[in-house]
Ligand binder design. Structure first.
Ligand code: FRU
Length: 489
């Protein structure tokens, strides 16, 4: 018990002491940790009228370490207020880390269900209850031990519980691994959240789609059921990039059996992983992901006393069987100084007087002024030596994101070409630049691409060019908000 208080109290004291607002260095509208390292969103929920977002957190260093849960609250998922660290790895069941999980409101308070790692060979599921600030771990933890599972499931890869309530009790979807190379999501039921019974598999990679399926979310959407998972070690295909992807499996669910109809990437950029969703009071389903990539985040520059950031919240829908994502409309409250431009682009890199800076939300519409228009390029975060380039190549049908001059992105991930068969000179782009990140939504959110950049903040130019003649309509909203002390401004 004494040790328990010591580790959490130590983390809370450390973050209080070392928190530096650095308001003008942090992203304007993306959550970063108070200090130290952040990965996956955890326990995204609404509780007592506000959004709560917990996250994988190691306050003492800007690289991953024994996992704690950090905690922030918000009214709009864009302006965040930090709360004290919620969980520390201070009990026998989680001595090596409190890994990812979810949160559910119960009659006993806010319940956190997370993966406790007692040793490198085992992962268990654990529970804690609290009032939205302080949490007490259940003394019967773990609530699920991997030895309760049939032997074909891994003891070592068993993590990231997503728990929700049904009329007759709770359900859990949790990541697991079947044999050597098949990620799978298990479905369990628990009458009281302390005792669980395996019902079966929600779905599995069946030797495709990566080695281990991490961080499931499982929810109804527009008449269907969606399973979002984040597989490790995927092979590159036309749809997925090499390594860590977030994917959506869309199908039907009768309460027991999930029947998959289709599979697609959630985000085709390199930096979007382990997303979670929450229902807004008005019924919209909003999604937030971790905006980094395990394959290279260890090699990116460390220029602040914190590392890691979340994506913007996105409203998600299904349209003709496909996942559609749009930046949550809450961002409109942060629009300032709207600039509209109509112009014909040609090869030289055109700048417009008020369209520049590192925090803006731009919507671009195009139409060819001559049939032979081959591509359009938007250059961001640029000066004489640095730039980040987004090119839509209408001939090769590719979207190309070039970070070779974006401040230290490791070479293997600096140039990204993504096949987009439907790409043509009538495409529409929404680009949100927030200091150290770029999120791109193509054709009203039919595809999304997220990328981190590390370019020093003085590089502020934005330029447009086309190969061939292209008419462009651009509406750019500069993003801004008042910075209040103690916030993540
Ligand atoms: C995904 C992940 C989870 C795990 C956590 C550990 O990014 O590997 O599976 O719970 O990170 O920090």
């Amino acid at each position: 018990m004494e040790k328990e208080q010591t580790l959490l109290a130590r983390a809370r004291a450390y973050e209080r002491e070392h928190f530096a607002a650095h308001g003008d260095e942090r992203p304007l509208l993306h959550l970063t940790p108070p200090v130290g390292w952040m990965n996956d969103p955890n326990g995204l929920c609404r509780y007592q009228g506000r959004y709560h977002l917990f996250f994988q957190y190691y306050p003492y260093s800007t690289v991953w370490g024994p996992m704690h849960w950090g905690h922030a609250v918000s009214d709009d998922l864009l302006t965040w207020e930090y709360l004290p660290c919620a969980l520390a790895p201070d009990s026998q069941a989680d001595a090596q880390g409190c890994f990812s999980g979810s949160a559910v409101e119960t009659a006993e308070g806010l319940m956190l269900v997370y993966t406790g790692v007692p040793s490198p060979e085992r992962q268990t599921q654990c529970m804690a209850l609290g009032d939205g600030v302080d949490f007490v771990k259940y003394d019967g933890n773990p609530i699920i031990d991997p030895d309760e599972l049939p032997t074909e499931y891994s003891r070592q890869d068993f993590r990231d519980p997503k728990v929700w309530r049904e009329q007759d009790g709770y359900r859990m979807a949790v990541g697991s691994r079947h044999g050597e190379r098949s990620g799978t999501i298990l479905l369990l039921e628990g009458a009281d959240a302390r005792h669980w019974r395996l019902l079966g598999e929600v779905d599995s990679g069946r030797m495709r789609y990566g080695r281990m399926w991490e961080c499931p979310d499982f929810f109804p959407l527009d008449g269907r059921q969606v399973l979002v998972v984040s597989p490790q070690e995927m092979q590159e295909t036309e749809l997925f990039h090499q390594g860590y992807n977030a994917i959506a499996l869309i199908g039907d669910f009768d309460g027991r059996q999930f029947n998959r109809r289709s599979i697609q990437p959630v985000d085709q950029g390199f930096d979007f992983y382990a997303p979670q969703t929450v229902l807004a009071p008005d019924g919209r389903r909003l999604m937030i992901g971790w905006m980094e990539n395990w394959d290279y985040c260890k090699k990116t520059p460390r220029t602040h006393p914190w590392y890691g950031q979340m994506s913007l919240p996105r409203e998600i829908h299904l349209q003709n069987g496909r996942l559609i994502q749009q930046p949550a409309r809450e961002i409109e409250q942060y629009w300032q100084n709207t600039v509209c431009v109509k112009d014909t682009l040609v090869r030289n890199f055109q700048k417009y007087p008020q369209i520049s800076g590192r925090a803006l939300d731009m919507t671009l519409g195009f139409s060819p002024a001559e049939e032979a228009c081959r591509s359009v390029t938007v250059t961001l975060a640029a000066d004489d030596t640095r730039e980040t380039r987004l090119t839509c190549d209408f001939v090769r049908k590719e979207l190309i994101f070039d970070r070779r001059k974006s401040g230290g992105v490791p070479e293997a991930f600096a140039l990204h070409r993504v096949a987009v068969p439907e790409l043509d000179a009538r495409c529409a782009l929404r680009i949100i630049l927030d200091r150290e990140s770029v999120e791109i939504f193509l054709n009203e959110g039919e595809r999304a691409f997220s990328y981190r950049i590390f370019t020093p903040r003085e590089a502020r130019d934005i330029r447009f060019a086309a190969d061939g003649k292209l008419c462009m309509q651009c509406t750019a909203h500069l993003l801004s908000r008042e910075i209040k002390p103690g916030e993540n401004a």
